[in-house]
Design a binder for this molecule. Sequence first.
Ligand code: ZN
Length: 370
Amino acid sequence: MSTALLNARVFDGSRLGDPATVVIANGLIAPPGTAAAETIDARGAALLPGLIDTHVHVTEVAHLEAAARWGVTTALDMGCWDAGIPGRLKGLPGLPDVRIAGNLANAPGSHFVKHMGFGPSSTVTGPQDATRFVADRVAEGADYIKIAVEDPKIPGTKALSPETVAAVVEAAHATGLLTIAHVVSADTLTVAVRAGADIVTHTALTSELDAAFEALLARRRVVIVPTLTMMDGVVRNIGGKLIMRVLGTLMPGMRMRYEHATATVSTFRKAGMTVLVGTDSNDNVKTPCQVPYGESIHEELRRLVDAGLTPAEALRGATSAAADTFGLADRGVIAPGRRADLLLVGGDPSADIAATRDIRGVWIGGTRVR
Ligand SMILES: [Zn+2]
């Protein structure tokens, strides 16, 4: 089966080009001039690479179906107590392409173990345990290594030591795997960046980042997946709880504000760091906020633009920059030979990000999503 999209204005990473023909054949973008069995007139529409959600938790086919309908063609799972749950969702035809982290590194006695169902293999007892932890993840099929960098100043929190975080990063890199650090505050961002994590996810919430952190960023390359949609949910659902309101009154440094999350995005952007689009979509009632699958990527794009990214920067954060960061060389741009992961929308999302919601068609590996 082959399809020619006629008169589509292709997003090139910065802007829309003039109307052109894009041919889908054998699951890939075909060379220009390739004949096609079927034609679709895409006049007035914009053709984007399929969206890459760089932070999800998927456990069911229905999650992928919802994501696909909203234009998500790649879903990067960022942690599950049983790697086999998202692992079973890998490689399903016509659905978003899944990658997994499996168990995430956490401290003995942490809330991941006590309340989220993570097993003993996920806890790292110290730097000497890092190689074992990474080997266990490789054995369960992890595509990258996720590390929970928690803040021991938050009451009741068990956190990995900075030395342990650094040892896990080093062990992951020794096996050729990227590391993604879950962070919750300015201090944990500092620990993660000093440890050499490739990617940090979430933002500071209880304070802005200071000049010392900016100086640290000036010496390091690190990508951020802010998950602003989740950060807003955390502020509303946890920051509003009585204990946090009391703590925030007693200790102003413990007051959660969404503005601290958008300020984190500004700090990274000004430092020239890549900002990626990740939603933290999940339907687990034990998390601070259940973020819907699929639709939330459009909400996240909007929030990133509100936080200061240009629409084109936000779109790159869900396409080419996401593919580059995670080594997905076969996707992220519309070019001959790449996977035919495509999103056709009305209007011009490089000028008005809300246009990504006006979905006219989605293709995953050349298969149209119905
Ligand atoms: Zn998450």
